[in-house]
Design a protein around this ligand. Structure first.
Ligand code: ADP
Ligand code: MG
Length: 545
């Protein structure tokens, strides 16, 4: 063991140490993730180095954590690249890291009032050990040939010391003497749960007191054709904490415009029909390390029925997560949303029956999207399904299929908001449509009214209510009725209309017009309040139908 050198921490490091030492309880567990990430980085660097140079180690590429509850110790060791004396001073003595820097900047700007969870968001790296430790010792030896071993130690109070040390293995070993109030971090049960939460998919085996913890493979990093359906099933059950099977599986990787690897699943069922609001189910990772569990910002809320993982290397683990919030995350969300919607569309085209069944259960989410997500409204519109006058009862059609079937001269897509198929078929409003073979979509859901109001059109073709004045004036619908012998003349009809208008008065009707399109009904009301409105009125009058 060589001579001990004592160094002062830089002022800003002292500040950071001060802050982390007083961290909130909920933030403390982050230190495990940070140390594991550093160890994994060091192993990765060693693997890189070994590809080109000879190194002084042949130890397995793994991470070992051992706990000692009696001594209140947390120890983590890797046989990675290690650090030279210079690296030790540079890396652990200063806060050159962008993460810690922007963390301090953020604190400066916001004051201490909004400190909540900020450490967790930024991931202050190695310094996070001071949230839980009284004294930290780092034993390290660089893998570069001829390197010596060192021991770096501090109580976090302003100075650290470095000394040469014997019997140091290549790599790094960090020993944390836990504070009295942090002794739970020497508990195997607690650390096991924390590793599983944040570091379950780290690319090197993590042993906790000699048992491997992270045995589940990160499926999303593999190529699509390397993963079997059964592996997906197991993985889905694992991450979604579920017992059913996914009905759809989406697995994809891309490098541009962002680097993304992702697996997403649609479960067999969702719980919202039981009146339980579903929480988001997709977690954000960066290089296999958890960044945001069940992330709220990663996908729009209406896709909350999805389960899975999105891993993006462009999300920096170390750099300010605040930037991530505003910028990369928004881009990632936009990309993922459009990817998911296009994927669903292709699945629908591959197997209509399967998709329609899915839609009956999950269509409400897509309808919610069609009402709220302006940016992806076209993609969402393609995914909607309705019954129509040309489908059987219980069968569904898409707007695209409607468009293909419609008559050449037909300039609108017609729909009727109706509680039941039978009402629609017997409705005076659909009579002229039937007679002229014009298809009408039957919209049974209360939310459908908002959907069509929001969409307004589909691929340039207007969506028009079959019971609207606009529909009544469509020339396509005028030809149904042949004039039979007993019909009123135009003049007679006009004076009847005038009489009705005068008799009913301005409070009851706005206008009474002559129409030749009805065959079996004497009159219809146009431009009445919407069914949703009507339902509300009925409820208020206590006359539920
Ligand atoms: P970051 O990981 O963002 O660089 P950290 O504060 O976590 O910041 O670590 C600072 C630096 O210390 C790392 O960049 C690395 O050079 C060095 N370091 C930390 N842990 C290890 C380790 N286990 N082995 C080798 N070097 C390490
Ligand atoms: Mg780090």
């Amino acid at each position: 063991t060589g001579e001990e050198q004592v160094y002062e921490f830089k002022t800003e490091t002292k500040r950071l140490l001060d802050i982390v030492a007083n961290s909130l309880y909920s933030e403390k567990e982050i230190f495990v993730r940070e140390l594991i990430s550093n160890a994994a980085d060091a192993l990765e660097k060693l693997r890189h180095l070994q590809a080109t140079e000879t190194t002084e180690t042949d130890k397995p590429l793994e991470i070992r954590i051992s706990l000692d509850q009696d001594k209140r110790q947390f120890v983590i060791q890797d046989h990675g690249i290690g650090m030279t004396l210079e690296e030790l001073n540079d890396n652990l003595g200063t806060i050159a890291r962008s993460g810690s820097k922007s963390f301090l900047d953020k604190l400066e700007k916001d004051g201490s009032g909004s400190r909540e969870n900020i450490i967790g968001q930024f991931g202050v790296g190695f310094y996070s050990t001071f949230m839980v430790g009284d004294r930290i010792k780092v034993y390290t030896k660089s893998a570069k040939p001829g390197s010596k071993g060192y021991c770096w130690t501090t109580d976090g109070q302003g100075a650290y010391s470095v000394a040469e040390a014997d019997n140091v293995a290549v790599g790094t070993k960090i020993v944390i003497e836990l504070r009295e109030d942090c002794k739970n971090f020497a508990s195997q049960l607690d650390i096991d749960a924390i590793i599983k939460k944040y570091s379950n998919f780290v690319g090197f085996p993590i042993y906790l007191n000699d048992t491997e913890v992270n045995t589940v493979e990160p499926l999303w990093t593999k190529n699509k054709n390397e993963v079997t359906e059964d592996q997906h099933k197991q993985f889905y059950r694992f991450i979604a904490n579920a017992w059913d099977d996914p009905q759809y599986t989406m697995h994809f990787k891309t490098d541009a415009p962002l680097s993304i690897a992702s697996v997403l699943y649609i479960p067999e069922r969702h719980m919202e029909m039981m009146g339980e609001r579903q929480e988001p189910g997709v977690s954000l990772y960066s290089r296999k390390v958890l960044i945001q569990p069940k992330s709220r910002g990663l996908l729009p809320d209406y896709l909350r029925f999805l389960k899975g993982v999105v891993d993006s290397e462009d999300i920096p683990l170390n750099v300010s997560r605040e930037l991530l919030q505003d910028n990369i995350l928004a881009r990632l969300r936009n990309l993922m949303t459009s990817r998911v919607l296009k994927w669903l569309d292709s699945e629908a085209k591959k197997d209509q029956t399967k998709y329609n069944e899915f839609f009956l259960d999950f269509g409400q989410f897509l309808k919610e999207g069609a009402c709220t997500d302006h940016m992806h409204k076209r993609d969402l519109a393609k995914l909607l399904r309705f019954e129509s006058s040309k489908t059987g009862s219980g069968e569904l059609t898409s707007l695209e299929a409607y468009q293909e079937r419609k008559q050449d001269k037909q300039e609108a897509i017609y729909y009727l908001l109706t509680p039941k198929r039978r009402y629609a078929e017997e409705s005076p409003y659909t009579e002229a449509f039937k007679a002229n073979d014009v298809e009408v979509l039957y919209l049974y859901d209360t939310v459908d009214e908002f959907v069509v109001n929001h969409l307004k059109e589909f691929q340039g073709i207007k969506l028009i209510a079959a019971d609207s004045p606009e529909a009544a004036s469509d020339p396509l619908l005028q030809s149904s009725r042949q004039q039979d012998a007993g019909a009123l003349s135009d003049d007679q009809a006009k004076s009847l209309a005038d009489w009705m208008q005068n008799t009913l008065g301005a409070d009851a009707v706005k206008q009474v017009d002559v129409s030749r399109r009805l065959a079996t009904y004497p009159a219809i009301v146009l431009e009445h309040e919407s069914p949703a409105m009507r339902k509300m009125m009925q409820m208020m009058q206590g006359s539920a139908k």
